[in-house]
Design a protein around this ligand. Sequence first.
Ligand SMILES: Cc1cc2nc3c(=O)[nH]c(=O)nc-3n(C[C@H](O)[C@H](O)[C@H](O)COP(=O)(O)O)c2cc1C
Length: 258
Amino acid sequence: MSTLPQGRQPALPSAAEVVLEQMAAHATVRRFRPEPLPEGLLERLVEAASHAPTSSWIQGYSVLRCTRPSERARLAELAGGQPQVHEAAEFLVICADSRRHRLVAADAGRPHATNLEAFLQCALDAALFAQNLALGAEACGLGTCMIGGLRNELPAVASLLELPEGVWPLFGLCLGLPEEQPLRRPRLAPGALLADDRYPSDAEVRAAIADHDREAEGWYAATGRPGRTWSGGVIRTFASPRREHLRRTYEDLGAHLD
Ligand SMILES: Cc1cc2nc3c(=O)[nH]c(=O)nc-3n(C[C@H](O)[C@H](O)[C@H](O)COP(=O)(O)O)c2cc1C
């Protein structure tokens, strides 16, 4: 476990405080107002978010902005019946994207090798970009909801969006004015996430989980589901393998996951 001094906070410049407070204020929004985003804001957010670090400067991602109401309704269904997918002002599909890399190699008559590492590079780039965008959106007063449910029926999503080879949808992102102010979910304590030099012992990990379970139980009780814990949710999430079609679907879209 890390030995963070209790109660001693470093003095930070006020701009840094604003950024850290914004990051720590995050809570996923699932009910949105219908008003559109102010003109030009999405483009501004994409531009700022695109300065996220990118593995070897490959910029391995793209965003599809879904503007057609009928497709949004279908995507909401495919994501497991999540109304926010068609109710939010914007719904973006965040894709890992090797298409540009393939095109530049093909146009130069050079080989393009793709494997698990290439997939991971693009997926990591895409996730860093998306979180940058979400944080920026929240700083502008918008609510955000990432939609991993987009992978529930990935072949149908890929075919609906007519994705070309080399473009791999990872998750969706709803953006819009919030219609609710959800109670922020607690997180594992910094000391449980940060270890000096070596991974902590199982006893230390279990103690940190017990602490977090107590806090999570309070959050569940305050949101109308008393008796639940964080570890109970984790057990349910990983009780059986999920979305087992993913390897096949990404490979059908030109990924090599070896
Ligand atoms: C990659 C990813 C996919 C997610 N997919 C969904 C989703 O399909 N539907 C949903 O309501 N929330 C989704 N979430 C939001 C998480 O449920 C949420 O972040 C988590 O429960 C913690 O709550 P908080 O964001 O309010 O702190 C997703 C989050 C991430 C990072």
